[in-house]
Design a protein around this ligand. Structure first.
Ligand code: FES
Ligand code: FE2
Length: 361
């Protein structure tokens, strides 16, 4: 159940080698191997990483100018995905080509559009501003999961788990699980997308500072904490969070923590997932050691999530048809799953009513 006509993060921008590098970057998205490289002019190109001849990965071939030559029998492809040379063959068949995907860079995230190329719409790129902002600082992160992406979406849509999975890291209080978040739809950006995702606002007052906060600032009082985020299709979380001394006004001077986090999930296969993440702090609130400390705390906490979700997935696989028990804490994830299902079905209906004319750009 994947949405295809949308952007998926394929990499952090710094992961894609420079134009003059012999290295070729590849990552599988929605079960399709995708090769990403830069032309001499610096433009990003995303091609199917599977030669049309015998399906060898182009990424184990080599760059030749702005083209890529397959390392098996030498077919050469231009940045449009068209084969322009086939050793020993005088006239290259026009249909000798690989798929080219629309690609976009926004604030250091590289996105690929996995559906109909003609429908690629920059307005649907998420506002991951703190990934590249002079006001915010972070260290970029990536984790690989051996679980389906929806189980990780579920996790990010229900922060009650902070009290238990992250008891000794991000959480620190059972009051997080006891609080009830406000859940609202996020309005869509285009007529095609009436709803982009789910907004979750959770405020937890008068709780001890979590161990995570204490690592970069000492608090002698309890805090009022907030987690306000949008979780957008197909799987991007954009969150403002923080804490201030209990009872302090939002604009009061004094110690507080303000963070912005961008996280995105990209299905690799039906059972594996790419997880891109960062948590930013304001540049004038903390030096490099704070940035490093936040990153290390986040990696530690996300490994806690991964251990739990991996164990959950193992159990689900033992008996996949066994029903789960829906509870109040599942409201946001249930709404997100319904929204995704609706969009996937609409996409399916549209594609069966009028088959796409071109899958390539
Ligand atoms: S598999 Fe690429 S040229 Fe044969
Ligand atoms: Fe978590």
């Amino acid at each position: 159940m994947w949405l295809r006509n949308c952007w998926y993060v394929v990499a952090w921008n710094h992961e894609i080698p420079a134009a003059d590098s012999p290295q070729l970057f590849t990552r599988t998205v929605l079960g399709e191997p995708v090769l990403v490289y830069r032309t001499q002019a610096g433009e990003l190109v995303a091609l199917e990483d599977r030669c049309c001849h015998r399906h060898a990965p182009l990424s184990v071939g080599r760059r030749e100018g702005d083209c890529v030559r397959c390392g098996y029998h030498g077919l050469k492809f231009d940045p449009q995905g068209q084969c322009v040379e086939a050793p020993g063959i005088e006239i290259v068949p026009a249909k000798a080509r690989v798929r080219r995907y629309p690609v976009a860079v926004k604030n250091n995230w590289v996105f690929v559009w996995m559906g109909e190329a003609g429908r690629a719409d920059a307005a649907l790129l998420p506002d991951n501003f703190s990934c590249d902002s002079p006001q915010w600082k972070h260290k970029p992160g990536y984790l690989h999961y051996d679980t389906p992406y929806l189980l990780i979406c579920d996790n990010l849509l229900d922060f009650s788990h902070l009290s238990y999975v992250h008891e000794k890291s991000l959480g620190g209080s059972t009051r997080i699980a006891q609080s009830r978040p406000v859940i609202e739809p996020v309005p869509g950006a285009t007529a095609d997308w009436p709803q982009m995702g789910i907004k979750v606002s959770r405020h937890v007052n008068d709780v001890p500072a979590p161990p995570f906060y204490q690592r970069f600032r000492r608090f002698d009082t309890n805090l009022d904490r907030w987690f306000v985020y949008e979780f957008l299709l197909p799987g991007t979380l954009l969150m403002h969070s923080g804490g201030r001394p209990t009872g302090a006004a939002p604009d009061a001077a004094g110690p507080s923590v303000r963070l912005h986090s961008c996280q995105s999930l990209t299905p690799e296969t039906t059972t594996t997932t790419h997880y891109f993440f960062q948590q930013s702090h304001p540049v004038d609130e903390g030096d490099d050691t704070v940035t490093e400390s936040i990153f290390n705390s986040l990696v530690g906490a996300f490994n806690e999530d991964r251990d739990m979700i991996t164990a959950q997935h193992r159990n689900i696989q033992l008996n996949p048809t066994l029903p789960m028990m829906p509870l109040a804490m599942d409201a946001a994830l249930a709404q997100f799953r319904r929204l995704l299902e609706t969009r996937v079905q609409a996409e399916h209906r549209a594609s069966t009513a009028s088959p796409p004319t071109a899958a390539t750009a």
